[in-house]
Design a protein around this ligand. Structure first.
Ligand SMILES: [Zn+2]
Length: 328
């Protein structure tokens, strides 16, 4: 049993943020596995020396891996090659952050102009929907929504966020089978799944025909009053229209979640377009954490919002019988 915390080389951490003696940074072990891109898992208390990964706190093997990567060990042999690689990665990371910041700043400055040029009221959105939003079928039937976006034979997940794992296998069905299921929703993922999938994780995703943009608002400016929410929704719709008209992404659906947010479903654009939107998303009031995460759940129409009690509703929906765009 170690009586003192094995020490960490702070200079090797990436994406470091300090508040007093608390340090949060990218977990090197998670990062090596392709995770923790936003740099939130690793924590260290500089006063006590306690550290760990907030994502896998009880995993001793993970902890060992972190120490192997950035721990200070008295007898650690010098390894110039490893140090050189680490410096290269750190410098690349700094350059990437500088580019991301300047892109985000530009997007923040451009946002007001985008909104002014692309104003799109709720009434105009509903009016311009290819499927008329004048029946409960189009506005709030989750199965009709699935059939409008996916092909009959596509395997789609619906359920609660926690419906993942082998005892939840019945949450993966073909679109045709969802029509006969006793319950649907309340959430869906904008993905199709490999046959036999039982875990709602990225490695089970077969294809990502859509990207869903969650307009959750600008950082630190949560809309609260109904006037603020209305303004937020209309600004979000304007940004969605700009993405459709000026960036030429193909809009598939817009859902009002019943809370303060709208979800715009776009047919997945090329990866580079997705990547550049991810960098500017936060400045545009879009939750960047969901972009490129097709396994992530979002609300189906006709579902009660847990906080407001409002029903989620379709406000814009592409033609029924779309061409099959779900093939890889
Ligand atoms: Zn970790």
């Amino acid at each position: 049993m170690a009586t003192t915390e094995p020490r960490i080389d702070l200079t090797r951490l990436l994406k470091v943020r300090r508040t007093g003696s608390k340090v949060v940074a990218q977990c090197p072990a998670c990062h090596a596995a392709g995770n923790d891109r936003s740099g939130e898992h690793f924590y260290l208390n500089a006063a006590t020396g306690k550290w760990g990964c907030g994502c896998l706190p009880g995993d001793t093997e993970h902890r060992r891996e972190i120490f192997r990567l950035i721990g200070i060990r008295g007898e650690r042999r010098p390894d110039p090659e490893r140090d050189r690689r680490w410096r290269l990665e750190r410098d690349a990371e700094r350059r990437r952050q500088a580019v991301e910041k300047s892109l985000a700043d530009a997007a923040a400055r451009a946002r007001a102009g985008i909104i002014a040029r692309h104003l799109w009221s709720l009434a105009q959105v509903r009016e311009s929907s290819p499927q008329r939003i004048d029946s409960p079928l189009v506005e709030s039937d989750p199965c009709h929504f699935l059939s409008s976006l996916f092909s009959k034979g596509d395997v789609v997940w619906t359920g609660e966020v926690f419906h993942s794992g082998s005892n939840h296998a019945d949450h993966w069905r073909t679109v045709a089978d969802w029509h006969d299921a006793p319950t649907v929703g309340p959430m869906v993922s904008p993905a199709t799944w490999k046959p036999g999938s039982t875990r709602r994780t990225a490695d089970s995703v077969l294809a990502s025909p859509f990207v869903v943009l969650d307009f959750d608002g600008l950082p630190g400016a949560t809309p609260r009053t109904s006037a603020e929410i209305r303004q937020h929704v209309e600004e979000s719709l304007a940004v969605a229209k700009w993405i459709r008209d000026d960036l030429h992404w193909r809009l598939a659906a817009i859902i009002w979640t019943g809370g303060k947010s709208i979800h715009a479903w776009f047919i997945s654009p090329p990866t580079a377009a997705l990547q550049s939107l991810r960098l500017t998303a936060a400045a545009l009031g879009i939750d960047s954490g969901l972009i490129g995460r097709p396994e992530h759940p979002c609300r189906l129409p006709g579902q009660r919002h847990p906080k407001t009690g409002n029903m989620s509703r379709v406000i814009w929906l592409q033609e029924f019988s779309p061409p099959n765009q779900t093939k890889i």
